[in-house]
Design a protein around this ligand. Structure first.
Ligand code: CTP
Ligand code: MG
Length: 186
């Protein structure tokens, strides 16, 4: 096998990892897209505090959690349907016909749970809602989503996902920031 082939196989593997993580990526982006909607716009912590500091803070809402988990389920469902198509099968990391849609909801719930855990930690160390804490803002949702799916994956896939996702996150946020959808750059 020549080098060109190996590079192509490597790139295909990265693409498969990204495709697998799409439900988590969408879940992570969804809260920002729907933040103008007034449905379920209540703080997840109901304004609760621990030692005078917010448990999660005002930016973590039921709306974000619900829309995020739902979109992840929808994306996963579409991936299950698309698995019947040869092209989509060739970029699939797992056998979608043999995998429950619960994995899709799990990827979304995990991504948002990771984000919530990060907010919880941020509030404990006096970082204001919306303030950046690198690299955890870029990794929280990835680790969370992997907690609900790692047993389906090889360690190589987990490693690629851990490296590529934060890079994609920074890139997408930069584009969104340039389009003025999001206030902070990272
Ligand atoms: N969001 C939401 N509900 C969630 C998560 C996010 O409504 N469960 C919305 C909020 O409008 C939030 C935005 O998505 O401001 C961006 O989310 P994120 O960047 O994760 O939160 P931060 O604003 O940085 O807040 P924190 O410091 O708590 O992480
Ligand atoms: Mg966050």
């Amino acid at each position: 096998m020549n080098l060109g082939n190996e590079v192509l196989i490597g790139l295909l593997f990265v693409l498969k990892c990204i495709y697998f993580m799409l439900p988590a990526y969408f879940a992570n982006m969804m809260p920002v897209f729907v933040r103008k909607i007034n449905f379920l716009n209540y703080p997840l912590d109901f304004g609760g505090k621990i030692n005078g500091k917010p448990v999660l803070g005002k930016n973590k809402t039921w709306r974000g959690l619900v829309f995020g988990v739902v979109i992840a389920g929808i994306i996963f469902y579409l991936q299950q349907i698309a698995y019947g198509n040869d092209f989509f099968k060739s970029i699939s990391l797992i056998d979608y016909t043999n995998t429950s849609i619960l994995i899709g909801f799990g990827l979304g719930f995990g991504a948002l749970l990771g984000d919530l855990i990060e907010s919880f930690v941020k509030r404990r160390i006096n970082i204001e809602p919306g303030e950046v804490l690198a690299p955890w803002d870029q990794l929280d949702f990835v680790i969370g989503a992997l907690l609900f799916s790692f047993w389906l994956l090889s360690w190589e896939a987990v490693l690629v996902i851990l490296v590529i996702s934060p890079l994609l996150h920074v890139l997408v946020n930069y584009i969104r920031y340039s389009m003025k959808i999001k206030e902070n750059k990272f």
